[in-house]
Design a protein around this ligand. Sequence first.
Ligand code: NCD
Length: 307
Amino acid sequence: MNLLGLKDLKREEILDYLRLADRFVDAAGRPATPDEFRDALDGRPVGLLFFEPSTRTRVSFELAVRRLGGYATNILSERSSIEKGETAVDTCQNLEAMGIAGLIIRHADRHVPFTVAEQVEIPVLNAGNGTGEHPTQALIDVFTLRRALGRDDSLEGVTVAIIGDIIHSRVARSDVYALRALGARVVLSGPQKLLPMADEGWDAEVVATRREALAEADAVVVLRIQTERMHRDVVDSHDYTRDWGIDAGVAADEMRPGAFIMHPGPVIRGMELTSEVADGPRSLILQQAGNGVAIRQAVLIRHLTGR
Ligand code: NCD
């Protein structure tokens, strides 16, 4: 069974991942693996194909595979040799022929995981496809928020702001699907050129200023400006920090008391967040990173084992 995106997932399906992931976190919130899951992957090899840079996603998938008794093998792309969709498909078919049990794929071309999934029998898990989706990151985000707010099965009545480079963000797209499925209200904001048009099908409100976005938010997901996805510099970094950045003054003045700061990483310190805020008491950023292992363990169990 593949996991390519969250678009069509129902609330119960999302909750199933979160409840299973709860079992992979100890009382202190650290990654943990109950005995009954230690051998879940039974020594099977899982292929990690990251055709784009990654730290958190790749390492947490790798740790998750190992904690479940599997074997993670990294297929490192020489940037020049594997670039086209066809070549990635070819690589994946060869890995399947060698007995790889599942493929975890990150690729700049949003079609690649879908094309591969059509051409192989083994499960394909999307670890970020261009500006498409990043389903496991969004599961991490709702998992982290739900635990921080002490919620069990819904985010009903919770408002989440997502600020920054929305149109290029696969995290924002998957976050909206996951948050809406759990009943949260989502408010998007950022520089006008980086915001979706009203008719682009985002199930969220769009507001024009940081102050409006933060005013009612219980949590704000701060995004990086993804310059690698832009044809030229659309945003001046100085203007961006002034209008959209969050420093201690902005947090105190524009955020609700107790509202959380989230970020999928990598954080560009001094641009979207100051260190004081990124490392401050509102920040859930390191919890998100830590929870990545638990969520990916849950996803591997559901998609690569019969359990
Ligand atoms: C993000 C990604 O690669 O989509 N990071 C992540 O996976 N945690 C966001 C980004 O690159 O800004």
